[in-house]
Design a protein around this ligand. Structure first.
Ligand code: PMT
Length: 416
C-alpha cells in the first residue's frame, strides 16, 4: 500500500494574509504546540500578538512567544508599562479575531461566568471581536457536565470551537480532549475569514452532496433502510458551503437539521435520489456520502397481511448514483468523490470501488458495528486517490468534512 501523509493546509492561504490574531495561551500541555502555530500563522501572512496566562507560563516562555511572533508577549493586567504602551482594551480591540489555544476547562468556565481576574480573561470580556477557542484537557474534564454546559453557553454566544480531537492525552488517558492539530486550527481560522468575507476558496463553484440512508418501501407501511444518520454527509455539505461553494444537498430521511445556506432536496428512495442528483447538475464537485440501498423491493400496493408463512421479498437492483454521476460525459462533475463503507478488506475493496465506479477519490471507512461509524459522531477515514492512500486520524465527522473540503479546495485551486 502506498501511504502518503500530507499537510492539507500547507502553502499560501490568502485568507489569513494581514489578519491580526490575538492569541491567548492558557495553561495546558498543548501550549507546547503554540510556537509551531505562531510560525505557521505568520508564514501565511497573519500577525500574531500573544497573551500568556500564569498557567501557560509553565509550558511555554514569554520569550519564545515574543521571538516567534515578533511582538511583545503580554502577561500582566496591572503592568504600568503595558498600560502605557497598550491597554487591555486596545489589545482586545486591535485584533481581527481572538484565538484561545489551548483553552483549558478553567478559562472556558471563566469566559462563561464573565470573570475578569487576569489579562487574558479581561481582554476576552472587553472585546467586541470574534472569539475562537481550541479546547484541551483531560477526557473526564471535557465530558464533565459543567464543561459541556459551559461549551453550550459559549456556542450560543457565537464563540467558535475548533476540536478537540480524540487520542492519547498527556495525562496518560485516552479519549476526547486533545487540542486540535495546528493545521486544523489554521483551517478553522481560514474558514472563519472566508465566511466573514463571503469569499471562500470554493466561491463560484457548485457542489452536489448526497447524505443519509434511502428507504425502499416494501408496502405502504414498511420499508428497508440502513443505519446512516446523515451526520457525515450533512457535515460535508456544511463545510463546502462555509468555504464558499453553492451546495445542493440531496438527503434521504434523517433526523439531522437542514444545514443553513444549503439548498436541500429531501428524498426517500434511491430512484428519487438519482433523479434529484441529475436535476442538480451541472456541478463542479460531487460527494456521494449517502448510504444508498443497493436493492429496492417490488412494492405491494396494500399492506402485506400476516399469514402463516413469511412472505418472500422480490428485490431488484437500484441504480448506482455514484457510478451514474461519474460516467464520462458533458455533465460529469470535474471531481467525483464516493465513499466506501466496508466491514472487511477496507482499503482493497475501496480501491476496487474507485475503479469500478470511475470515481476520482474514495473516502473509505470501516463500518463494522464496533467502530460506531454509522450514526456516531466520529469517523476514521482513508482517502484514496490516484496518487495513493492517506490515512487520516480518528476525527469528529465535522472535522473529517472540513479536511475533505480543504482537500477539495486545493484540487479546485490546481485544476479548475
Ligand atoms: O450517515 P452517518 O451515520 O454519518 O454515516 C456515514 C456513512 C457511514 C454512511 C458514510 O461515511 C459512508 O460510508 N457513506 C457511503 C455508504 C455506502 O453506501 O457505501 P457503499 O460502499 O455501499 O457505496 C459506495 C459508494 O457508492 C458510496 O459513495 C455510495 O453513496 C454510492 N452508492 C452506492 C449504492 C448505490 N445504489 N448508489 C450509490 O451512489
Amino acid at each position: 500500500m502506498n501511504t502518503i501523509m500530507r499537510d492539507i493546509t500547507s502553502g499560501p492561504t490568502p485568507l489569513l494574509e494581514n489578519k491580526r490574531i490575538l492569541l491567548i495561551v492558557a495553561g495546558g500541555i498543548a501550549a507546547v504546540k503554540v510556537p509551531d502555530l505562531i510560525r505557521r500563522l505568520r508564514e501565511r501572512g497573519a500577525s500574531v500578538r500573544c497573551i500568556l496566562t500564569k498557567g501557560g507560563e509553565n509550558f511555554v516562555t514569554p520569550l519564545t512567544l515574543a521571538s516567534l511572533s515578533g511582538e511583545k508577549c503580554y502577561q500582566d493586567l496591572f503592568s504600568l508599562t503595558d498600560e502605557a504602551e497598550m491597554g487591555h482594551i486596545r489589545l482586545s480591540r486591535e485584533a481581527d479575531i481572538i484565538l484561545v489555544a489551548p483553552a483549558t476547562a478553567d478559562i472556558m468556565a471563566k469566559m462563561t461566568a464573565g470573570l475578569a481576574d487576569d489579562l487574558a480573561t479581561t481582554a476576552l470580556l472587553a472585546t467586541d471581536k470574534p472569539v475562537m477557542i481550541a479546547p484541551s484537557m483531560n477526557v473526564m474534564m471535557w465530558t464533565h457536565p459543567a464543561t459541556q454546559a459551559n461549551l453550550q453557553i459559549l456556542q450560543t454566544r457565537d464563540v467558535r470551537i475548533v476540536g478537540p480531537g480524540a487520542g492519547d492525552l498527556a495525562c496518560g488517558e485516552v479519549g476526547d480532549g486533545r487540542m486540535a492539530e495546528v493545521p486544523e486550527i489554521i483551517a478553522a481560522l481560514a474558514r472563519f475569514f472566508a465566511k466573514a468575507q463571503n469569499r471562500g476558496p470554493l466561491s463560484g463553484f457548485k457542489a452536489l452532496v448526497t447524505s443519509g440512508p434511502t428507504h425502499e418501501p416494501i408496502d405502504p407501511v414498511r420499508y428497508i433502510a440502513n443505519r446512516s444518520s446523515g451526520k457525515q454527509g450533512h457535515a460535508i455539505a456544511t463545510a463546502l458551503n462555509e468555504m464558499g461553494a453553492a451546495v445542493t444537498l440531496v438527503s434521504g430521511p434523517t433526523q439531522e437539521p437542514d444545514p443553513d445556506g444549503v439548498e436541500i432536496i429531501h428524498v426517500e428512495t434511491a430512484a428519487q435520489m438519482l433523479k434529484a442528483c441529475q436535476s442538480a447538475l451541472p456541478a463542479d464537485i460531487a460527494v456521494c456520502a449517502a448510504a444508498v440501498a443497493d436493492w429496492s423491493v417490488e412494492e405491494a400496493a396494500q399492506k402485506i397481511k400476516k399469514g402463516s408463512n413469511a412472505p418472500a421479498l422480490k428485490l431488484a437492483s437500484n441504480p448506482d448514483i455514484l457510478a451514474t454521476l461519474s460516467k464520462p460525459g458533458k455533465t460529469r462533475p470535474a471531481l467525483v468523490i464516493g465513499f466506501a463503507a466496508e466491514t472487511e478488506n477496507l482499503i482493497e475493496n475501496a480501491k476496487l470501488k474507485r475503479a469500478k465506479k470511475n470515481a476520482d477519490w474514495i473516502v473509505a471507512n470501516d463500518v463494522s458495528a464496533r467502530t460506531g461509524t454509522f450514526g456516531g459522531d466520529s469517523n476514521t477515514v482513508h482517502l484514496i486517490t490516484a496518487e495513493g492512500v492517506e490515512n487520516w486520524p480518528t476525527l469528529k465527522k465535522r472535522a473529517v468534512a472540513e479536511r475533505l473540503a480543504e482537500r477539495i479546495a486545493k484540487f479546485v485551486e490546481r485544476h479548475l
